[in-house]
Design a protein around this ligand. Structure first.
Ligand code: URA
Length: 433
């Protein structure tokens, strides 16, 4: 087989065979095909697309490029969760303890991606001494003991995806449905949980900007999951404005702690309840979502979910006093209040632009080598459809760089659109696939 012929075929809009896909994935992973040819192939895929069969072959080839993690030694039906990425999304830190407190094993191995803020691992690392790199044995034992474990990918999982994702990132070929679906699902399927819930974000702060695109991505991922015999459900959710109020690593941990105490933002908690109810049903813990919701609410009211977070932190060597006293989390040296210049209803808060502000403050990674500032970020004091008076606070900027903070304050005044009341409010939960 010759890579040139594969490239030409895709350039001409023809579907690739399983052998051809296996060939370019294996050879590229072994460093036998140069980046420039795979870049051209990615662009041809981006423009001419892949069909469902090709997407499935690509997913399989990427899973087979590395190791898989067998979780058979964990008792019960194990559940996993993935979000396609948004702004202010600390759901895992709340959902995991809630589901685990209801008796369902919650397993999550994450990678570290680029983004407006760090990922779940970075957020957890704002808790002093929290260990994200666990051996597979420890991951399994912890889950058997306390029903929850969240760690980094220790095994050599989907090395093909690591190389391809890095190349896609610099060749403007990230936001293609087949490439995203195969990238996410190869990592999810390499870790062998029994059921997976996918939170597919749609809106300004998501990869998928329209409902149609998000729905297609959700269908594609669910199809791949089911093809592998995993119970897979996708929920399409709104990411036009940030989720919750906090954006930034330690700020989101603090918000997650508050949510587990029953004092979190309504939208963030609602999403956790919806995802959690699906997981409890998928895990056959309950018969229906109403029963699931009752259990999940009880996990908050009884303090069991909050205590589960403490257990998780303890089992992963973190300082549990941080959970009881979130003031011990990393703190920025300055908090700048951004005050509204006029009065009216908040019409929109573009999530992507707010994400860029968080990135500018150092809360996220621009490149894989970027250092994160775990204390930096933004806390929204007003969200869409709320009323604001002139001079009232829109956001708080947490920063260690006062000049950068002032620049971001100007950006935020532009991002908040204030005016007449919106007709109809934004729906958080849009669809289930
Ligand atoms: N997240 C991934 O892991 N891969 C993608 O392609 C996009 C988001």
């Amino acid at each position: 087989m010759v890579i040139y012929d594969i490239l030409k075929k895709k350039r001409d809009g023809l579907p690739l065979s399983e052998d051809e896909i296996n060939y370019f994935i294996n050879e590229y992973t072994m460093g036998k095909i140069p980046d420039y040819q795979i870049s051209a192939l990615l662009m041809a895929i981006f423009i001419n697309k892949m069909n469902d069969q090709e997407t499935l072959y690509l997913t399989k080839a990427m899973i087979n490029s590395g190791e898989t993690v067998n979780l058979d030694n964990i008792d019960g039906i194990k559940v996993d969760k993935h979000s396609t990425g948004g702004v202010g999304d600390s759901t895992t830190l709340i959902l995991g303890p809630m589901v685990a407190a209801c008796g369902v094993p919650f397993v999550k191995m994450s990678g570290r991606g680029l983004g407006h803020t760090g990922g779940t691992l970075d957020k957890l690392e704002s808790i002093k001494n929290f260990r994200v790199n666990l051996s597979t044995d420890k991951f399994v034992n912890n889950t058997n003991d306390i029903n929850i474990s969240i760690c980094s990918q220790t095994a050599n999982i989907t090395p093909a995806d690591k190389k391809l994702y890095a190349l896609r990132d610099v060749t403007a070929t990230v936001d293609n449905l087949s490439l995203i679906a195969s990238s996410i699902m190869s990592k999810k399927l390499a870790i062998k949980s029994d059921a997976i819930i996918l939170d597919v974000k749609v809106g300004s702060g998501a990869f998928m900007k329209t409902y149609d695109e998000a729905k297609k991505l959700a269908h594609e991922m669910v199809k791949i999951g089911k093809n592998y015999g995993r119970e897979t459900v996708a929920i399409v959710t709104n990411m036009d404005q940030p989720l919750g109020n906090a954006i930034g690593n330690s700020l989101e941990v603090k918000e997650a702690i508050e949510t587990l105490k029953g004092n979190g933002p309504k939208d963030l908690f609602q999403l956790c309840l919806v995802l959690g109810a699906k997981l409890l049903v998928l895990a056959k813990r309950v018969k229906n979502e109403q029963e699931a919701e009752r259990l999940l609410l009880n996990s908050i009211e009884s303090g069991k979910a909050y205590n589960k977070l403490i257990e998780l932190v303890k089992y992963q060597d973190g300082d549990t006093s941080v959970i009881d006293n979130p003031d011990l989390l990393p703190k920025a040296s300055h908090i700048i209040e951004v005050k509204s210049k006029n009065k009216g209803y908040i019409k929109s808060i573009n999530a992507e632009e707010i994400g860029r502000c968080a990135l500018a403050l150092g809360a996220g990674r621009e490149t894989m080598d970027s250092e994160l500032d775990l204390s930096a970020g933004i806390v929204l004091n007003k969200k869409v459809d709320e009323f604001v008076e002139e001079g009232e606070t829109l956001t708080y900027i947490h920063t260690n760089d006062i000049n950068k903070g002032k620049e971001v304050a100007e950006m935020i005044l532009d991002i908040y659109k204030i005016g007449e009341k919106n007709h109809g409010s934004q729906q958080l939960i849009i669809d289930e696939i």
